[in-house]
Write a protein that binds this ligand. Structure first.
Ligand SMILES: Cc1cc2nc3c(=O)[nH]c(=O)nc-3n(C[C@H](O)[C@H](O)[C@H](O)COP(=O)(O)O)c2cc1C
Length: 149
């Protein structure tokens, strides 16, 4: 059975909601999916799984969430050796438009630099995730499942 870990940083709970929702969807398709908070994990944990997802909202003019910022520093110390990876980014256009969901490209770059293989374009959630729970979130997760096979 394929195993996947979703590590997320979340200050307000939106990213946590998306991470849990994606994990439930993966589990329903018989994929072993663990969800971990960035502040309770280290980059080395990624090496215990076949694949990984990193999820972060954007804060402070195009930065990662604080716990994910710390977690991501550890990516410099590991080699993902071509492991399949994916990214979930959140944001809101009411903040500076040039940094809208900037967390997604930041995480993609860091995973690639760590030797990960990005499987598909990031799941980008703009504004509240609630309106996407029956739309792009399951749609993206289905695409991911097909690519993990
Ligand atoms: C102080 C602050 C700064 C933010 N900066 C950005 C930003 O630069 N770009 C963006 O797309 N969203 C920005 N956002 C929106 C958050 O990324 C968005 O609300 C997200 O859903 C929060 O996720 P969380 O609830 O998991 O923490 C900002 C929000 C706050 C409160």
């Amino acid at each position: 059975m394929t195993s996947i870990v979703i590590v997320y940083g979340s200050t307000g709970g939106n990213t946590e909601m998306v991470a849990e929702y994606v994990a439930d969807f993966l589990k329903a398709k018989k994929i072993k999916a663990d969800v971990k908070r960035a502040e309770q994990s280290s980059a080395k944990d990624l090496l215990k799984y076949d694949a990984c997802i990193l999820a972060s909202p954007t804060y402070g003019h195009g930065l990662l969430e604080a716990h994910m910022t710390k977690f991501a520093k550890g990516l410099k110390e590991i080699d993902l050796k071509g492991r399949p990876c994916a990214v979930i980014g959140l944001g809101d256009p009411k903040y500076e438009m040039q940094y809208h969901i900037e967390s997604a490209p930041i995480l993609e770059k860091k995973l690639t630099a760590a030797g990960g293989k990005i499987l598909l374009p990031a799941l980008r959630i703009s504004r509240t995730p609630v309106m996407h729970l029956k739309g792009i979130i399951p749609h993206w997760t289905k695409q991911l499942i097909n690519l993990l096979k």
